[in-house]
Write a protein that binds this ligand. Structure first.
Ligand code: PLP
Length: 339
């Protein structure tokens, strides 16, 4: 096998041996199929290409000290994909089939699961899209589910680090009655210009406010927000953000650590009161926030602790990573160990 420099992998695509596919026609899903091709042929009038009938997921598998591979909360991703399918009128992929596909892909590509010491992991990307041809704006009658995997490097190459975010009111990612709560491709297309501008200005990502009043915090880039103050974990409740599985897990861990958890509207001015702030998601678990600059009002909210993440973020991060890699006991049944 080619030599992979595990600890210097980026968050990018690397070809692995196999992907899993499944197609839907005549009202039913077929059997899972194994493919070694990275390509697909489809009808040029497929609804995914014209009307955005597409949804995806992202989860990870981790190799433990014991050499065993663990998959984190795949049932939650399976359910969220079903929700996204409901929101785009696509055929829902059965939960059991989703789990079988994940396990099959991880097993078939086991040589690509990075070793424990590298701090890297195997990213799993399931996606589902309309393949049937339509010219009118209508849902397809045929769909395809594909799942590929790719080893990805540790998010923090030089250790757990803070980065700056920026509030820019000229961009919205999604609307309260729109698609923000689903993981559909269009939301990410809608975030590219804002993300590029934020990067250009030296920020790691955009910090979105609610699209109607620009009063409450929504999300940060492709991650949920949390703030810490007075032994309380505060995270936005909003109909235009993606329900993050990492956030859901951190809320449970925070409560177990004796913290109060509040899921509610978070006014932007409240940023001034947080002792720590972070962005959470599968990619980084927690990406601690150094500061959030309000670009339009020239205000800066600072959270860094002498340039380092705060102690609560650090503790939550270590605990969740510990569970994922098998260093901490999995008391919630979040982990599937591949036998
Ligand atoms: C828009 C958005 N918000 C939040 C998240 C975090 O969700 P999760 O913790 O399930 O990865 C993601 C995906 O990673 C996302 O794309």
């Amino acid at each position: 096998m080619e030599n992979i420099d595990w600890s210097n992998l980026a968050f990018g695509y690397m070809k692995t041996d196999y992907n899993i596919r499944c197609s839907y026609s005549n009202g039913a899903w077929g059997e899972l199929e194994v493919s070694d091709s990275e390509y697909l042929t489809m009808h040029m009038a497929a609804t995914c290409l014209h009307y955005g009938q597409e949804a995806f997921e992202g989860l990870k598998a981790f190799k433990g000290k014991d050499g065993k591979v663990r998959i984190f909360r795949m049932e939650e991703n399976a359910k969220r994909l079903q929700d996204s399918c409901e929101g785009t009128m696509m055929a829902q992929f059965p939960l059991e089939k989703f789990k079988q596909a994940v396990i099959k892909a991880v097993k078939l590509n086991e040589r690509f699961v990075p070793p424990y010491e590298s701090g890297a992991s195997l990213y799993i990307r399931p996606f589902l899209f309309g393949t049937g041809a339509q010219v009118g704006v209508k849902p397809a009658t045929e769909y395809m589910f594909i799942l590929f995997v790719s080893p990805v490097g540790p998010y923090f190459k030089g250790g757990f680090q803070t980065t700056p975010f920026v509030i820019m009111r000229e961009f919205d990612r999604s609307a309260p009655l729109g698609m923000g709560k689903y993981k559909v491709g269009g939301n990410y297309a809608a975030s590219l210009v804002a993300g590029a501008k934020a990067h250009e200005l030296g920020y790691s990502n955009v910090f979105y406010l609610d699209a109607v009043e620009k009063k409450y915090i929504d999300e940060c880039g492709a991650a949920n927000f949390f703030g810490i103050k007075n032994n309380t974990y505060v995270t936005p409740k909003s109909s235009s953000i993606l329900p993050s599985i990492t956030n859901k897990s951190l809320m449970v861990l925070a409560e177990e650590m004796g913290m109060k958890v509040e899921r509610r509207q978070v006014p932007v001015e409240e940023l001034a009161t947080f002792e720590e702030a972070g962005a959470c998601g599968t990619a980084a678990v927690i990406s601690p926030i150094e500061r959030i600059d309000d670009y339009d009002n020239k205000i800066s909210y600072k959270f860094s602790h002498d340039g380092k993440p705060g102690p609560v973020s650090e503790k939550l991060y270590s605990k969740l990573r510990g569970i994922q890699y098998g260093d901490e006991p999995d008391t919630h049944g979040w982990v599937t160990v591949i036998e």
